[in-house]
Design a binder for this molecule. Structure first.
Ligand code: BEZ
Length: 249
């Protein structure tokens, strides 16, 4: 399964990603002149907010479409995998990441790279999906996929660890964990609701299905989720849970 990103759809259906990032930006507390890497910078909207503090920010993202979108916002961004960063040792005062780490396949390779590019004592400040994130959405999608003979397509798409498990992993890579928390964050979805969310954030799963089945899977998943995540006025709220942390190299 390869997740692909469409910057236009992301802008419409994922505006909450940068809109709700105030908490992790506060934990980052970027200072003027600091060199900061935004890991998984996406379309660069949050990168630009960090740069507005006076920090010198560079973005990196595995998606060429997202790197192009970030550059169009004036961000210096490079296309690279988090497991193999194109930056020199001890290049940054901080590595920041929002809503990206749960997509990374090899967490250990990523952590080794983050530690390598951080200056000694530099900070890794991030927010990602934590244990229980989008649990209802995943269960509904898995049930519909199984009904159509595609059980397993949703397996391993994302990694949503507990604070204990992620803290242990960070410590194993030589980080000192200063703060880590699992924060439930019910997330209102925009006009395109759950259908827009599935088409944007599960495009990899949908693309792995026969084309004739995709609309059916989306419609049946939306129907299954409606009693749990759609209110009486028709508004959708996704069951997000964030894992946020500060760790020192
Ligand atoms: C998240 O930010 O938690 C997330 C977004 C899309 C898919 C999976 C997780």
């Amino acid at each position: 399964m390869t997740q692909t990103w469409n910057p236009q759809a992301y802008c419409t259906n994922g505006a909450f990603v940068h809109g709700l990032a105030g908490g992790v930006l506060e934990w980052l507390a970027a200072q003027p002149g600091e060199r900061i890497l935004d890991l998984g910078c996406g379309d660069g909207q949050l990168t630009r907010r960090i740069a507005a503090t006076g920090a010198v920010v560079t973005g990196v993202d595995a998606s060429p479409q997202m790197v192009a979108a970030a550059r169009s916002r004036g961000i210096v961004a490079e296309e690279a995998a988090a497991e193999s960063l194109p930056h020199g040792d001890a290049s940054f005062d901080a590595v920041f990441s929002n809503a990206a780490l749960h997509w990374i396949r090899d967490q250990d390779a990523m952590m080794a790279e983050v530690r390598r590019v951080l200056k000694p004592g530099g900070r890794f400040v991030a927010e990602m999906g934590g244990h229980g994130n989008i649990a209802a959405i995943r269960v509904a999608l898995m049930a519909v996929l199984a009904r159509h003979g595609h059980a397993g397509c949703e397996d391993g798409v994302n990694y949503f660890p507990t604070p204990d498990a992620y803290a242990r992993r960070l410590v194993n890579h030589g980080f000192q964990v200063e703060r880590i928390a699992l924060i439930p964050r019910p997330t209102p979805l925009a006009e395109s609701g759950m259908e827009g969310w599935l088409r944007t954030f599960r495009s990899g799963v949908l693309d792995s299905l026969p084309e004739a089945l995709r609309d059916t899977v989306v419609a049946e998943t939306v129907d299954l989720l409606a009693p749990a995540l759609r209110d009486e006025e028709g508004n959708w709220t996704a069951d997000y849970a964030r894992l946020r942390f500060i760790a020192r190299a």
